[in-house]
Write a protein of this length. Structure first.
Length: 285
């Protein structure tokens, strides 16, 4: 249970770091780049991946889209936290689990039980209610959280496909993807510096280091929690999603005075119910 709690804390802390960073003169792209730099170092230390196993037969058709998507989704995540807050962004990120479920239904033709259908039916109104916000700029209120939801959902699908590739250890694939994501981010930063006149900001490296530590901590403790609950993975699945939603909302409301209206709270409740039904669908297999 300790690993699960630590994973939840690390996940929400990443959001808190991005929320805090907006008060300083930092560059989000540089923060994301440093995040992958430090995550890559920790991946090498804790997982000791064997890169010699990676060759032309590795699932590069999955690696490459992930390398490009992960930095992009992280940047949009930061913008979503900036514009709509931690509470809504964390819920959008957690509800992204319904994207791979929809892919399983319509693309991979998996058999669904009634719990999954109920969970999906509840999830859609939950998303609409959570993203409801009474402001003049409606486009940003909807755009960034929806991209977070879709982006993390697609990333989840791709990582699930990597997990099916048993020739390479999952942690080795994770190292390769981190390395590619770092490379793409560094190229983007160099372009911004050379052609856009953007300065390298030292404070961005500090925020990036913190993000990398907690981002990797989330992954490490999540994997350890799954190992500890090997006979009951649904416990990890449910507790992680529900825990992040609740703690993320508390962090937003208490630490940053984010305002949620009644429809948002109703959407939050429905999101928890939807995740509960999805968890029940896993238990009933």
């Amino acid at each position: 249970m300790l690993f699960l709690i630590l994973s939840i804390l690390c996940s929400v802390t990443v959001g808190i770091i991005f929320k805090t960073a907006r008060n300083y003169d930092v560059c989000t792209t540089q923060i994301v780049g440093w995040n992958y730099f430090f995550a890559l170092i920790f991946c090498q230390i804790f997982f000791e991946p064997d890169i010699t196993l990676v060759n032309t037969t590795a699932p590069w058709a999955i690696y490459i889209p992930l390398m490009a998507l992960m930095p992009l989704v992280f940047i949009v995540l930061a913008k979503s936290i900036k514009h709509v807050g931690i509470a809504r962004t964390d819920v959008a990120q957690r509800l992204s689990l319904f994207i791979p479920i929809l892919a399983a239904l319509f693309i991979f033709r998996e058999n669904f039980n009634s719990y999954k259908f109920i969970g999906l039916a509840i999830a859609f109104p939950a998303i609409l209610l959570i993203l409801n916000k009474n402001t003049e700029n409606k486009s940003k209120d909807w755009f960034y959280p929806l991209i977070v939801l879709l982006g993390f959902g697609i990333v989840d699908i791709l990582f699930k496909q990597i997990a099916l590739y048993t020739t390479l250890p999952y942690t080795t694939s994770l190292f390769v993807v981190f390395a590619g994501a770092l490379t793409i981010t560094v190229v983007t930063i160099l372009y911004q510096v050379i052609f856009k006149g953007l300065r390298i900001k030292l404070l961005s490296s500090a925020f990036g280091a913190l993000t990398g530590i907690f981002n990797f901590g989330n992954i490490l403790f999540y994997l350890k929690a799954h190992k500890a609950f090997a006979n009951n993975p649904s416990t990890v699945f449910a507790a992680m999603n529900v825990g992040v939603i609740i703690l993320g909302c508390l962090a937003g409301v208490v630490l940053f005075k984010e305002k949620l209206n009644r429809l948002n709270y109703l959407g939050l409740l429905l999101a928890l119910v939807a995740i509960t039904f999805i968890t029940l669908s896993q238990l009933s297999k």
